[in-house]
Design a binder for this molecule. Structure first.
Ligand code: UDP
Length: 460
């Protein structure tokens, strides 16, 4: 008798990786009643998500979902600091200990009669495919950024690094890559424009990404990659990604409450939204990592107050000190430390999202039909903003000054542009497309099932 399908879903311990991994886990369980899933991230992140205690979950009641951490070789996980050497050391420990520990986990699951039949891993785990292959288990990369970024990285690591390197200080230079429209250097993922020097803080992310593409090249006949996007959103790019078996299965969304690294604010922000007119509120969040300097936070709040519109703004606990005196000047807004973002974006009162354009945030906004003001900073965010503004026309990118600060006047200008312009209509149209893609028989639903049935040539 062949074993039940059992997916080991592995993820790097960042909120923006954990959320789509958990959502995928739920989708896999929902798509096949006999499927098993083991969700695994590092021990420190696991403890934060599922604090110990009598009620600590170890999986779903019916036993189909198990939550089992792997070791990154540290007690505490990465402790954010400006120490470049400490970050490099963490990444090195993560790779060495992670590969060993995940190997032991796969072996232990097999030993207790719950063998893994497919390893699914998010980016930054370039060793996962080798660990799986060594044990005869197939694997798939779960790409949690746009297909456009996958394509850019693919071409960069397959013969096009030189042109990017030659022009990386020229933001408006247009790079032509196969299957993609001409793209300005300023829209490229920052890890290939800013982090190729060993002295850059994120250099180890650049080398990890390079190692990931090397690992994909070792897969035969072709690496399988499931992508958190949908065919309708990125059709031409997806069509040009022939080097891999690529299945767009997103955008993944939460199914009810979701464990994460951050504690929800107790403030009654949903009740606050309930009292506001339809499409009147500006929602503002820069995700789980970006920290705003005091000057930036002051300018942002000044711009939001100046817009005269009600606003709900997330300022994380670790960024609260920078809010200090500015909080006293807040009249039209509400500030929370962390909210249920998808619930907020789904609320009828929300009319626009000022976002750093992390891929999860962008996908959640598209799925909820909310137009965006994009303030991208690093990684894939600039390319995500390009998709939002130029490809889907569901938002506008705000310009920052030469000092890197987004000024109050620009906040006001872009919020008005997005609240009153065509972006809202386009966002409503895209929402419909996404609902269809995710629904029964839609492209993403079809592709997820094709992935689960291993008929990857049947991609839509
Ligand atoms: N998020 C949330 N509550 C908040 C702020 C953010 O739930 O108050 C979630 C958001 O819904 C998204 C994730 O945090 O799923 C942020 O991921 P993204 O890729 O947008 O950005 P990152 O944090 O990785 O920079």
């Amino acid at each position: 008798m062949s074993p039940r399908p059992h997916y080991l879903v592995l993820t790097y311990p960042l909120q923006g990786h954990i959320a789509p991994a958990l959502r995928l886990a739920r989708r896999l369980l929902a798509a096949a009643p006999d499927a098993l899933v083991t969700f695994s991230t590092t021990e420190a992140a696991h403890r934060r998500m599922f604090p110990a205690g009598p009620d600590a979950p170890d999986g779903d009641d019916d036993g189909r979902l198990e939550l089992l951490p792997f070791s990154d070789g540290t007690e505490t996980g990465y402790v954010p600091s400006s120490d470049h050497a400490a970050f490099n050391a963490y990444i090195a420990a993560f790779h060495a200990a992670g590969a060993r520990s995940v190997g032991e986990l796969v072996d232990a699951l097999a030993a207790r009669g719950r063998p893994v039949t497919r390893v699914v891993y998010t980016m930054l785990l370039p060793w996962a495919a080798d660990v799986a292959r060594d044990r005869g288990v197939p694997s798939a990369l779960y790409w949690i950024q746009p297909a456009a970024v996958l394509a850019v990285y693919y071409h960069y690591f397959h013969g096009h690094a030189g042109v990017v390197a030659d022009h990386r200080h020229d933001p408006s230079f247009l790079v032509r890559l196969p299957g993609l429209p001409p793209l300005a250097v300023r829209d490229f993922p920052s890890f290939i424009t800013d982090s190729t020097d060993p002295s850059d803080f994120f250099h180890s992310i650049y080398t990890t990404t390079r190692d990931l593409f090397d690992a994909l090249d070792r897969e035969t006949p072709k690496a399988t990659i499931i992508v958190n996007t949908c065919k309708e959103l990125e059709s031409s790019t997806l069509a040009a990604l022939g080097a891999y078996e690529v299945l767009p299965i997103g955008p993944v969304l939460p199914a009810g409450d979701e464990a994460g690294l951050f504690k929800q604010d107790d403030a009654k922000y949903i009740e606050w939204l309930d009292a506001k007119p339809a499409s009147s509120v500006v929602y503002v969040s820069f995700g789980s990592l970006a920290r705003m300097a005091k000057e930036q936070l002051d300018e942002l709040l000044k711009g939001l107050e100046g817009s005269g519109r009600p606003y709900l703004c997330v300022v994380r606990k670790d960024n609260k000190a920078e809010l200090a005196e500015a909080e006293a000047r807040i009249k039209n807004g509400m500030v929370v430390e962390w909210c249920d973002q998808v619930r907020v974006l789904s609320h009828a009162a929300v009319g626009c999202f000022v976002t750093h354009c992390g891929w999860n945030s962008a996908m959640e906004a598209v799925a909820c039909g909310v137009p965006m003001v994009c303030v991208p900073q690093m990684s894939d965010q600039r390319m995500n903003a390009w998709l939002v503004e130029c490809e889907w026309r569901v938002g506008a990118r705000a310009e920052v000054g030469s000092d890197g600060v987004l000024r109050a006047a620009e906040v006001r200008r872009r919020v008005e542009e997005v609240m009153q312009g065509d972006a809202r209509g386009a966002a409503a149209d895209w929402k419909r497309e996404v609902v269809e893609a995710l629904g029964k028989g839609g492209s993403s639903d079809h592709n997820l099932r094709a992935f689960m049935e291993c008929i990857t040539s049947d991609v839509q």
